[in-house]
Design a protein around this ligand. Structure first.
Ligand code: IPD
Ligand code: CA
Ligand code: CA
Length: 258
């Protein structure tokens, strides 16, 4: 399998959904709360509808699992796992940092995927065993080996609850050990930026399969490493993720251990 058709379709639909999001960016829209801080806009729903309809047309035999409407058990068979708008809080505040993430999983493993960032026009694609690309050009993780020179990125769960202390302890260590820590607000984008070397590492807890399915494949296909905080291979429903250029993996892992 080359997964070419799946990767092309993921890229095409991520762009289509991204164009839809961009067309309504920073305009008045319906915003509801899923929880105290967890938002859903009418555009999350519109983007998901578009992706669902088009995937059903392109691959009628495949199953689907999307953030807003749920769906199949992604661990069995061919299942499309997607986030129709990754970075909803940014989007709702008119901050131009958000993406659309679409991946095809086979028995729970991402095989092809795309992440599109409508406001920069960047589309990242990857195929299992076929490499990672930005707008069609091959990408690689950074060559950084010095943690003190590294730029790293993280994210925070909507409701940290009791894990806030652990989160802050890790953040504190990473701030002190690196050149800088960023928080963009789109996990899919964080992973793309590790894959192309803008960031040297990314860590977060409480993520969902649709946040990481495409991005984790991108990092691996770009020569990086993706594990949980213990350094074990990471199923996409693990929640916890550490993605890096490989060189800095064990150093960051050591700082995440509490
Ligand atoms: C969120 C973003 C954010 C991450 C949160 C996710 P959403 O996804 O990826 O960067 O920190 O944990 O839930 O809700 O914007 O799709
Ligand atoms: Ca998300
Ligand atoms: Ca989302």
């Amino acid at each position: 399998m080359t997964w070419q058709k799946e990767a092309d379709t993921a890229a095409r639909l991520a762009r289509q959904a991204g164009d839809l999001l961009k067309s309504r960016f920073a305009t008045a829209m319906q915003i509801d709360h899923k929880g105290t801080t967890d938002l859903v806009t009418e555009m999350d729903l519109a983007s998901e509808r578009l992706i669902r309809d088009e995937l059903a047309r392109a691959f009628p035999g495949d199953l689907q699992f999307g953030e807003e409407a749920g769906g199949a058990d992604f661990r069995r068979g061919r299942v499309w796992v997607f986030d129709p708008l990754d970075g909803t809080t940014n989007f709702a505040h008119g901050l131009p940092i958000f993406s659309v993430s679409i991946a095809l999983c086979e028995d729970g493993r991402p095989r092809a995927g795309a992440v599109h960032q409508p406001m920069t026009g960047e589309t990242f694609t990857a195929r299992a065993g076929g490499g990672a690309f930005r707008n069609g050009e091959p990408i690689r993780v950074s060559a950084q080996t010095d943690l003190q020179q590294a730029l790293v990125v993280t994210g925070f769960p909507y409701v940290p609850g009791p894990v806030i202390e652990e989160m802050m302890a890790r953040l504190r260590r990473l701030i002190l050990a690196t050149q800088g820590v960023r928080r963009l607000g789109s996990a899919a984008m964080d992973l793309c930026y590790v894959a192309m070397g803008r960031f040297d590492a990314f860590w977060e807890t409480s993520l969902k399969p649709w946040d990481v399915a495409a991005g984790a494949l991108l990092v691996e296909e770009a020569g990086g490493r993706v594990t949980d905080f213990a350094g074990s291979p990471m199923p996409i429903d693990r929640g916890q993720i550490l993605a890096s250029n490989g060189h800095l993996h064990t150093a960051v892992q050591a700082l995440l251990a509490l």
